[in-house]
Design a protein around this ligand. Structure first.
Ligand code: PGA
Length: 253
């Protein structure tokens, strides 16, 4: 039996100042202290990372960033390097979120470089993929996802990818209140796992965690997590309120 530890990750996007983020983390700590057999991660904005890492030290909550630059240092005004995230206390970094692809010019190629840069310092990348509504409606879902996976992971070998997490986030489900049905999520997750088995190896694919993201909330998490290939959730809106997020973390109860 393959045992993949579920990961419930909160993507706070561009919400919360440092003090607000610390207050939310402080409130979250006791709420998720009893969570068993599940990993918890929050990804506040860059400016809150260090403060939050101090607040959650020693707790069950892990820290992630929402983006990273691919170079280790240099004249890149406004960018943040992988080792800076590490120094701020991060374990994870979200890479290739659809909002970054849509509004900030992330491409499969820059995402590939960001994944490589994250891995090089020991950050675990949460690599986001997903199709738009028009792509799904025209039957191109698997084609689009395959391309994102192929390009995003081009040139990597098994050894590079040990810490990789993939997040399937259908663009039409993000922040829209529309969730993929559990069957739609399962169909894609199983497909992604098969692809990774072909590309990297069956053993790797069996232990790879594939998260679902897109309007996950307390009312739908249980059925999504019951699907055999759904190994966690990447949560936006519903992660902002600690009480609601803790209900997601404790989805088994
Ligand atoms: P949502 O966002 O939960 O608000 O739909 C998910 C995400 O963008 O990661």
């Amino acid at each position: 039996m393959i045992n993949r530890l579920p990961l419930i990750a909160g993507n706070w996007k561009m919400h919360k100042t440092g003090d607000e983020a610390v207050a939310a983390a402080k409130q979250l700590k006791p709420l998720v202290a009893g969570a068993k057999d599940v990993e918890v991660m929050i990804a506040p904005p860059f400016t809150a990372l260090y403060q939050v890492s101090t607040e959650i030290k020693g707790s069950a909550i892990g820290l992630g960033a929402q983006n990273v630059h691919w170079e280790p240092h240099g004249a890149y005004t406004g960018e943040i390097a992988p080792n800076m995230l590490l120094a701020a206390g991060c374990m994870y970094v979200i890479i290739g979120h659809s909002e970054r692809r849509q509004f900030f010019g992330d491409t499969d190629q820059t995402i590939n470089r960001k994944i490589r840069a994250a891995i090089s310092v020991g950050l675990a990348p949460i690599f986001c993929i997903g199709e738009t509504e028009a792509e799904r409606d025209s039957g191109k879902t698997f084609y689009v996802l395959d391309k994102q996976i192929r390009n995003g992971l081009e040139g990597f070998v098994l050894q590079d990818l040990q810490a990789l997490v993939i997040a399937y986030e259908p663009v039409w489900a993000i922040g829209t209140g529309k969730t993929a049905t559990k069957e739609q999520a399962q169909e894609v997750h199983a497909h992604v796992r098969r692809r990774l088995a072909e590309m990297v190896g069956q053993g790797f694919a069996d232990q790879l965690r594939i998260l679902y993201g897109g309007s996950v909330k307390p009312s739908n998490i249980k059925e999504l997590m019951a699907m055999p290939d759904v190994d966690g959730a990447l949560v936006g809106g519903a992660s902002l309120d600690p009480v609601t997020f803790s209900q997601l973390v404790l989805y088994k109860k």
